[in-house]
Design a binder for this molecule. Sequence first.
Ligand code: SF4
Length: 74
Amino acid sequence: MSTVCQYSDNCPLFNSETSVPPALEKVLRSRYCHTGDVSCARYQVREALGSKLLPNDLLPTDHATAERLISRHS
Ligand code: SF4
């Protein structure tokens, strides 16, 4: 069963300022956002720390940065 991520409609990663190329957005949305895969690094930081400490350009695959942020701020 697939579940769309609750942040999918307005995830800051995909706004015009972060400039994620359309091809990469398509891959990431297919892999993470449209499956509700909670291993997304953005999702993990958002859940642990809230939106204020979540960098707009953190990629779903950047688990090292996510772990650093979470350990630094929690
Ligand atoms: S990048 Fe992660 S947090 Fe953002 S919508 Fe996709 S799955 Fe959700």
